[in-house]
Design a protein around this ligand. Structure first.
Ligand code: SF4
Length: 187
């Protein structure tokens, strides 16, 4: 039996991480509490999982998917049409996983790796565009997705940013421990 009958698109917002793109927010018609520990056990692209609040973030290329008990939020979406397709793919992934619940050993331990905001706070935050991105937040997403390296931000080479540079290196090393990455469509 299916867990989720549908994920209804309820809102779109401008995506600060990628100007011109949108964030889509969908509501599920069933609670996701039971399926998140299963996803946590099998998906290679879990960025963070907080079991106490039932919130999981998945990395996709590009952007992130955050699952709440009754909601799905996807960043860096091209348009509503792509958003609807991604929400449908998410519903299918949830249902496929739920169907296999008897054979998957749920993983309840949380995972916590840097969020884009954590990375952003270590950047100069001047939006000077020297790295090729329109904003420092977009660069932060690029660092977490391994599209960028810290050296591409010339301002970080300034000795005044030595501490931030070191913290950034530590943070990205931690993020690099996540095995493999796959697009949602490939799941
Ligand atoms: S070069 Fe550095 S300071 Fe300038 S926008 Fe990129 S990340 Fe921000």
């Amino acid at each position: 039996m299916e867990l989720v009958g549908g994920i209804r698109l309820v809102k779109t917002l401008p995506c600060l991480a990628d100007p011109g793109k949108i964030i889509v927010i969908g509501e599920t018609d069933a609670t996701l509490d039971g399926v998140l520990p299963l996803l946590n056990a099998i998906l290679p692209n879990v960025v963070s999982y907080h079991s106490f609040s039932g919130v999981m973030t998945l990395r996709r290329r590009p952007g992130l998917i955050t699952l709440y008990p009754d909601k799905v939020m996807i960043t860096q979406v091209a348009d509503v049409e792509e958003g609807l397709a991604l929400l449908a793919a998410m519903r299918d992934l949830l249902n496929r996983t739920w169907t296999r619940r008897d054979e998957i050993q749920p993983r309840h331990e949380g995972r916590l790796v840097p969020r884009p905001l954590d990375v952003y706070e270590l950047l100069p935050r001047t939006n000077c565009r020297a790295c090729g991105e329109a904003t420092c937040m977009a660069f932060a997403f690029g660092l977490l997705e391994s599209r960028h390296r810290p050296e591409q931000c010339p301002s970080l080479a300034d000795p005044a940013y030595a501490a931030q540079r070191q913290a950034l290196a530590d943070m990205l090393e931690q993020a690099g421990d996540i095995p493999g990455e796959r697009n949602l469509n490939a799941l």
